[in-house]
Write a protein that binds this ligand. Structure first.
Ligand SMILES: [Zn+2]
Length: 70
């Protein structure tokens, strides 16, 4: 299966997990991860599986960290 098709299948699942505050890799709740306050008021959250997310307390949303945020 081409990678683009796999991405199309996985993306909605990842969005759904993030909306529930769960890691997209292992499904663990991100509130159990290690969080670190950043200068802009958001939090860098490291899951126990090593994936890194950014939590925005203003809209209570998680997103995947970008490469330059890690
Ligand atoms: Zn994880």
């Amino acid at each position: 299966m081409p990678t683009i098709m796999i991405k199309k299948l996985i993306e909605p699942i990842q969005m759904w997990l993030l909306a529930r505050g769960q890691c997209v890799g292992c499904g663990r709740p991100l509130k159990n991860g290690v969080s670190e306050k950043r200068e802009d008021g958001t939090f860098k959250v490291t899951c126990s599986c090593g994936r890194i997310f950014i939590y925005n307390p203003k809209n209570k949303k998680y997103r995947r960290a970008l490469f330059d945020e890690i």
